[in-house]
Write a protein that binds this ligand. Structure first.
Ligand code: EPU
Length: 312
């Protein structure tokens, strides 16, 4: 989708938005898959209500991209523009105590949705705020992690949320939701599909930096031993069904290495599907459907995708 309306192109800079025309989204996703569209980079989210209203009035559909690490995007020319928040420094602020890029206190960190999740974990660690060690190797932005309630090694980000600032498409306004107004479940939250995460207040337990660092090292070791970190993927493709492991079931079917074109089931972890070259979304979808059907046939379990699919 291309923005051709001159009044919009003129208004965007005033709203703190940079327009990048015709961007290949292969460059913006960890899977290296995705078609082409205009990208709107948002430097100041306070103008979001106006921006979204303007796009809606012009009939321009949009989608919101976080870090691009848990999304499978359709091929070809896409029928919507992509919006993305730009990280502004400092994107992590710890209440009370002022550090180089940070202001940290009372165990509360204020984090912008555009902030990198791993960097957030380490910045909080430096202020002796722990708890999120398991999340350090989860790639992506804090906003994406919040929306999905990202988790690993017994930790999920939702446990630390005190408040979230969101843009609610339903009201057209920026609102602050308290933790008791949000439900965080396994890789799922009660946010509306068109809510846009803007910032979060995290409350974290005090822990000495050295101890946090040890926890981080341990999780990194486990991850390196079991996951294909040097290949293009979106992490786990399917959610684990209650009481079972999707990876183990796919592995038991002998599907490691199975491929459709350049999309393959990882040799290392069977719930990671990797782009081994120039995989297309169509190939990845065909692989997902094949594996889902095999698992259903053998185990009678309908696997649900964890990766978010953006169809054209
Ligand atoms: N297993 C196999 N073969 C495989 C993969 C796994 O036999 O190819 C077995 C393992 O040996 C283990 C069991 O299955 O006994 C579970 O495997 P693992 O510990 O790797 O955990 P997982 O359930 O596959 C989950 C999350 C990961 C997270 C890890 C660590 C989901 C869908 N996956 O994986 O999250 O990093 O635990 O906590 O919840 C993600 O969300 O994208 C993701 C990668």
């Amino acid at each position: 989708m291309r923005i051709s309306e001159p009044h919009i192109a003129t208004a965007l800079p005033k709203l703190g938005v940079d327009l990048r025309p015709g961007v290949g989204l292969t460059e913006m996703t960890s899977l290296g898959i995705g078609g082409t569209t205009d990208l709107l980079r948002i430097r100041d989210y306070r103008h979001l209500p106006e921006l979204i209203g303007m796009l809606r009035d012009a009939g321009i559909r949009h989608r919101f991209l976080g870090g691009g690490t848990n999304v499978l995007i359709a091929d070809g020319e896409l029928p919507w523009v992509v919006l993305q928040l730009v990280s502004q420094q400092p994107d992590v602020r710890i209440e009370g105590k002022e550090a180089e890029t940070t202001l940290v206190n009372a165990n509360v960190a204020h984090v912008a949705a555009a902030a990198d999740l791993g960097r957030t974990v380490t910045l909080c660690a430096k202020a002796n705020l722990g708890g999120m060690e398991g999340l350090v190797g989860v790639p992506g932005s804090v906003g994406g992690a919040l929306r999905m309630n990202a988790g690993a090694y017994g930790t999920q980000i939702g446990s630390f949320v005190r408040e979230v600032e969101v843009f609610r498409a339903a009201s057209g306004r920026i609102e602050t939701l308290r933790d008791d107004e949000i439900r965080f479940d396994y890789r799922h939250t009660s946010f509306a599909p068109d809510d846009i995460m803007l910032a979060v207040k995290l409350e974290l337990p005090s822990k000495p930096y050295g101890e946090i660092l040890q926890g981080i090292r341990l999780c990194n070791q486990k991850r390196r031993a079991s996951q294909p970190l040097n290949q293009k993927s979106a992490g786990c493709i399917f959610k684990n069904p209650p009481g079972a492991s999707a990876g183990k079931m796919i592995d038991d079917l002998g599907l490691k290495g199975f491929r459709v074109g350049d999309a393959a089931v990882s040799d290392r972890h069977a719930n990671f599907f990797v782009n081994t070259g120039r995989a297309t979304c169509a190939e990845m979808r065909a692989l997902i459907e094949h594996v889902r059907a095999q698992v259903s046939g053998r185990f009678g379990v309908e696997l649900e995708e964890e990766v978010i699919f953006w169809s054209a």
